[in-house]
Design a protein around this ligand. Structure first.
Ligand SMILES: [Zn+2]
Length: 339
């Protein structure tokens, strides 16, 4: 990653928090211990690194941001500044020798600059002992030490840590910033609009893509919708043969229903001549156009309402197959009335 990219990434993902932290640095009000809490990929590490860059940068910009070009900025990105200590879990957790390393570094004075920055990712994976060991550093502020604990699961953090750090909740990414994050992770353009419609967690996105589940879901829903648009009863069969094999647990069932909601929302947008260029189902443009010609606005709205109600039915423990079959028959029936 280039230097400029990291700064842009932090600003795109968390514009308000980035501004807030730069303000704290420029006004000398940075606290000594923070807990950054938020979904994976929401920019916690980028913000912490840019703050570190700002603390060392030789040439900050007029807006207070680090320049991204000077040797100090470059060294932090290369992981080459001994006063910026970054630790991430080695495997499942932060290991004992990593904790020892953090403690050793904490007790040493800054090597060159005046400040030492600690960025500890996956802080929830610290053992109780390790976390307690770090407590005394967090508890008694040492001059010129700033520690950033990063977590995706605040509920797993010790209460003693929570009470001694400033907790900063990172909001989920905007769908635009999330789409950028997915691109950074080389996720196919075909899947980005659907993923951004379904989630803003990188973890969830990656789980949905496991074993091509998302691509298969997109494909089967397209088949189902394409059949509906032709008023073909086979759509009912597709529920059993295409959708049910994908609905293997509650989480995936909920995602299928969310995707169906998106499908009908896009259709409604076409009916209202809204820009549907961002459709999560690009191969369905023709079928959606056919569908809007078959249905009146009020019929479409009634279908969308029925689709939204499937979520309640699932939450009420109704069987997914009957939810999808009922919905399919309902849509086919609505279309018949119109014909
Ligand atoms: Zn710089």
């Amino acid at each position: 990653m280039t230097e400029q990219n990291l700064i842009e990434q932090a600003e795109n993902k968390q514009p308000h928090l980035m501004k807030h932290f730069i303000h704290l640095v420029t006004t000398n009000r940075l606290s000594h211990a923070y807990l950054f809490s938020g979904l994976p990929g929401c920019g916690k590490r980028a913000v912490a690194q840019v703050v570190a860059m700002r603390l060392f940068c030789e040439n900050p910009n007029a807006d207070g941001m680090p320049c991204g070009h000077c040797p100090e900025c470059g060294r932090i990105l290369a992981g080459d500044n001994p006063d910026v200590v970054t630790v991430e879990p080695d495997g499942q957790r932060i290991k004992v020798d990593q904790v020892r390393y953090i403690k050793d570094e904490f007790s040493k004075s800054p090597v060159e600059g005046s400040t030492k920055v600690f960025i500890i990712e996956g802080a929830e994976t610290l053992t109780t002992n390790a976390a307690n060991g770090l407590l005394k550093f967090i508890e008694e502020p040492v001059a010129n030490r700033v520690i950033f604990l990063l977590t995706t699961n605040k509920s797993m953090m010790l209460a003693t840590i929570l009470s001694r750090t400033q907790i900063v909740e990172f909001p989920p990414l905007s769908s635009k910033a999330f789409a950028e994050t997915l691109r950074e992770h080389q996720i196919s353009e075909n899947q980005i609009p659907l993923l951004t419609g379904l989630t803003n967690s990188l973890d969830v996105a990656q789980q949905l893509m496991t074993d091509d589940w998302l691509a298969n879901c997109q494909h089967e829903l397209s088949r189902w919708f394409g059949q509906l648009a032709k008023h073909d009863d086979m759509a009912f069969v597709t529920v059993q043969t295409g959708l049910m094999p994908l609905a293997h647990d509650r989480d995936h069932q909920a995602v299928i229903l969310d995707a169906i909601v998106l499908l009908w929302q896009y259709t409604l947008q076409i009916k209202y001549h809204a820009d549907a260029a961002q459709s999560a189902f690009p191969e369905l443009q023709a079928a959606m156009t056919a569908m809007v010609q078959l249905l009146t606005r009020s019929q479409l709205l009634a279908i969308l309402t029925a689709v939204l109600e499937t979520k309640k039915a699932l939450a009420g423990n109704m069987n997914i197959q009957s939810i999808l079959e009922t919905l399919t028959l309902r849509i086919l029936g609505d279309m018949k009335q119109d014909a």
